[in-house]
Design a protein around this ligand. Structure first.
Ligand SMILES: [Ca+2]
Length: 203
């Protein structure tokens, strides 16, 4: 009897240990890959709606079975995910399938160690990013788009006033040439009308 009871107790211990390990793994997977603090900060700071697509491949975040979500990754994508998860130091090429281009650049620029530290102060992300980093090349740095709550991967999405200034600067030569052409046209038309008037008076 004693031996049987000991065996049962031993079996229960192993069972509970397995449950604990499974639980720990579950929370590791769900917690490690999802950092809504950045999204919450940008929404609060900018007043603009932002979803997980700001940094992730899938707008619903990294947890799930859809495209770009952890449980939907194929073998090759899982390998890329594991590689990205090891990149604790900055400067390593990141190609995580659960992150979009901006998310990958954040990890590439700062390293996972720094990103994890920033979870507690998401407002500091803007100051940590390189000011020249402009993923969508629309002329507005990623750090500003993060603060503005605009999409750093969409060159048609940006703060209206900044987009206006960027476009004004980009097309200033065209605008100056158009302005000069209009002035010359007005000048030429003025002289033409005067000439016609003089000829009419002479007749
Ligand atoms: Ca941009």
């Amino acid at each position: 009897m004693i031996d049987n009871r000991s065996q049962h107790q031993g079996g229960f211990r192993i069972f509970y240990a397995c449950l604990l390990v499974m639980g720990a793994n579950y929370f590791t997977v769900t917690a490690v890959h999802s950092y809504p603090q950045f999204q919450e900060f940008t929404e609060k700071h900018s007043g603009q709606a932002a979803n997980c697509a700001m940094c992730h491949s899938n707008g619903n975040g990294p947890t799930g079975t859809g495209p770009g979500q952890i449980d939907g990754l194929n073998e090759e994508e899982l390998k890329r995910l594991e590689e990205a998860r090891k990149a604790f130091q900055p400067g390593q090429k990141i190609d995580s399938p659960i992150l979009n281009e901006f998310g990958n650049k954040i990890v590439e620029e700062l390293g996972r160690k720094e990103v994890l530290a920033l979870v507690k102060e998401p407002e500091a992300l803007a100051t940590k990013l390189n000011k020249n980093l402009d993923t969508d090349r629309d002329g507005i740095p990623d750090a500003e788009e993060y603060l503005d709550g605009t999409d750093p991967t969409n060159k048609f999405h940006g703060h209206p006033w900044k987009m206006f200034l960027v476009n004004l600067n980009r097309y200033k030569q065209h605008i100056l040439l158009t302005f000069a052409a209009v002035l010359l046209l007005n000048y030429g038309l003025g002289h033409l009308i005067k000439g016609i008037a003089v000829l009419t008076e002479k007749r």
